[in-house]
Design a protein around this ligand. Structure first.
Ligand code: KIV
Length: 268
């Protein structure tokens, strides 16, 4: 058995280039960080979805930078191998690139290897500013939960020609600005697969089809402990499993094998 090494950006890029699928899950505390690490998850996302799953809120907008710093610190303490990405919360990077730097640097000091921000076009200047100064950035495109109101609700993005062209354009702008990773949420599988095939950086999908370089799900969704109706792209990985570790290992195996997601079932 090959010795497991710390996950790095070059290794993630290598996985993308070689068609080796990347398994990512959200994580908010040290105990789960350690379990997900043991299960072989490549990347942990300290997502601002903690608003929904931990704080019981209806949107991610109220999450503060202090909330994100606290949970990033906790997660990093539990990790030995996985690559840790932390969300820049709403209202922490919107006004200026200097404001974005302060927020992103604080997340890096708390233990993040990379930060994620939402939106294309207007964020390119910020992506360039952070990347040039040594903070790797993941750009979240497609459905962007922080701006759910202006998107008119939880809607698939990129279905028509204009909106698909926008996702293509924004992806290109993000890559040219230095983004080290893209994340697509609720994007048609064919569009995501087409962009991923020629992308120089890994593309992680959530509700974006099996053709992405890797997958992410909200931990509580795949463990089936989120109350209420789950989005179409979620699968219950605890079904038939007798431990959380087994459920998470099942997710990692399914992502690696390309058997999750099934586009006809979980895709758009
Ligand atoms: O905050 C989060 O959990 C996310 C995922 C939906 C990708 O951004």
């Amino acid at each position: 058995m090959t010795e497991r090494k710390l996950m790095t950006l070059p290794r993630l890029a290598q996985m993308h280039a070689g068609g080796e699928k990347i398994a990512m899950l959200t994580c908010y505390d040290a105990a789960f960080a350690s379990l997900l690490d043991e299960a072989g998850v490549d990347m942990l996302l300290v997502g601002d979805s903690l608003a929904n799953v931990l704080q019981g809120r209806g949107s991610t907008a109220p999450v503060s930078l202090d909330d994100m710093l606290y949970h990033t610190t906790c997660v990093r303490r539990g990790v030995k191998y996985a690559f840790v990405v932390a969300d820049l919360p709403f209202d922490s990077y919107h006004v200026s690139k200097e404001e974005a730097w302060k927020s992103a640097a604080a997340l890096v000091k708390a233990g993040a290897h990379m930060v994620k921000l939402e939106g294309g076009g207007w964020t390119a200047e910020t992506v360039r500013f952070l990347s040039e100064r040594g903070i790797p950035v993941c750009v979240h495109l497609g459905f962007t939960p922080q701006t759910v109101t202006s998107l008119g609700g939880f809607k698939v993005q990129g279905r028509d020609e204009v909106s698909a062209a926008r996702i293509r354009r924004e992806s290109q702008q993000a890559i040219e600005a230095g983004a080290a990773m893209l994340l697509y949420e609720m994007v048609p599988a064919a569009l995501a697969a087409d962009i991923t095939a020629t992308s120089p950086v890994p593309v992680i999908g959530i509700g974006a089809g099996v053709g992405c370089s890797g997958q992410v799900l909200v931990l509580h969704d795949m463990l089936n402990i989120t109350p209420g109706r789950k989005p179409r792209f979620v699968k219950d990985f605890m079904a038939g499993k007798d431990s959380v570790l087994a459920g998470v290992k099942g997710y990692v195996d399914a992502v690696r094998a390309g058997s999750f997601p099934v586009d006809a079932v979980h895709g758009f």
